[in-house]
Design a protein around this ligand. Structure first.
Ligand SMILES: NC(=O)c1ccc[n+]([C@@H]2O[C@H](COP(=O)([O-])OP(=O)(O)OC[C@H]3O[C@@H](n4cnc5c(N)ncnc54)[C@H](OP(=O)(O)O)[C@@H]3O)[C@@H](O)[C@H]2O)c1
Length: 306
């Protein structure tokens, strides 16, 4: 793997420009969440305490809220899956980055269809991230948060019965009221059912609010496309890590963001590009406040600060 962008002396060490296998630490440094300065000895909140000190950098427009990063893989012609799974588009390096992004997150948010189709298991506590997570006050493994309105999930799976960190089920108030037996099954399995919407479904802003209230501010979503479409349309997507796979998949699969129309396409800034075996590992962040596309700043002036 090698770095293709940025290539300035400050952002890339000479060895990153040479093709070599990046260790997990090197990748974790490259993908670190933008942290607010935390006073020494005051880690970001675990066990439900709001992460007032430390945690992802504050957003001046939405203080106290979580930082939402998405990680997705797309074929070069825009498909988000092949034969119903993302795996045919992936690679060893993509899976390594997938694991690193989990290793950095407080919580992984996934749509119920992705959980059902991809057979989600609990996130692992990995030695490689143990010290880093302990220092930040994170649980040994991120919680998985499944977004569902139907609550039609297999609560007998290890995802619910045997996680390192209890699994959350994010849903709407009406879904809880209408499906008490499914709520009961989720709770009996050990999951926490969390309301993040007034009707059947969750509302994107509320999702980030209820997670932040639990001290879960380094949020990673792994899609799927329909869930990510809602986060994007609501304007709460902070960062998109997109692997561009050098394959043409054709077929009927949607793009990685499949949601309501956005009136004006949102501008994102390129943060970094890594490459291995023709796979491009891109990272974009949403345009900082006050840097509108029209009359915007010079590119040099607008270099992202993460
Ligand atoms: N290329 C990639 O990186 C990537 C990543 C992830 C997934 N995938 C692929 O994408 C496919 C699944 O994605 P998808 O877009 O069809 O589905 P999805 O976004 O994973 O899940 C959709 C489901 O999530 C729940 N949901 C979504 N929005 C909700 C809301 N506002 N409130 C409550 N529940 C909500 C609903 O679950 P209920 O039906 O339970 O109500 C809905 O049916 C799979 O084939 C998977 O392999 C690809």
């Amino acid at each position: 793997m090698r770095r293709l962008f940025p290539l300035t002396a400050e952002s890339a060490s000479p060895d990153q420009l040479v093709d070599h296998e990046w260790g997990l630490d090197e990748l974790a440094d490259a993908y670190a969440y933008p942290e607010a300065a935390a006073p020494p000895g005051e880690p970001a909140g675990a066990d439900g305490a709001p992460a007032a000190a430390g945690g992802p950098a504050e957003d001046a427009e939405r203080p106290g809220r979580a930082w939402l990063r998405a990680n997705m893989v797309s074929s070069v012609d825009g498909a988000s899956w092949h034969d119903g799974r993302s795996h045919p588009l992936s690679s060893d390096a993509d899976m390594r980055i997938f694991g690193v992004l989990r290793g950095l997150a407080d919580v992984v948010v996934a749509g119920a269809e992705t959980v059902r189709k991809e057979g989600y298991r609990p996130a692992r506590a990995r030695d490689a991230f143990a010290a880093r997570r302990a220092e930040l006050g994170q649980t040994p493994a991120p919680a998985i948060a499944v977004v569902s309105a139907s609550l039609d999930l297999d609560y007998g799976l290890p995802l619910f019965t045997d996680p390192v960190t209890p699994t959350l089920v994010l849903t709407g108030a009406a879904a809880v009221a209408e499906r008490p037996e499914r709520v009961e099954r989720a709770r009996a399995a050990g999951a926490e059912v969390v309301i993040a919407g007034h009707a059947e479904g969750v509302e994107p802003e509320l999702v980030l609010g209820v997670l932040a209230d639990r001290g879960l501010r380094r949020v990673l979503t792994e899609g799927g496309p329909r869930l990510l479409g809602q986060f994007a349309a609501a304007g709460v997507l902070d960062e998109l890590c997109c692997t561009l796979a050098p394959v043409v998949a054709a077929g009927e699969a949607p793009r990685i963001v499949d949601g309501p129309r956005i009136a004006v396409p949102k501008r994102f800034w390129l943060v970094s590009v890594l490459e291995e075996e023709g796979f491009l590992f891109t990272r974009y962040r949403r345009e900082p406040a006050g840097r509108g596309a029209s009359g915007g700043p010079d590119r040099d002036d607008a270099a992202p600060d993460i």
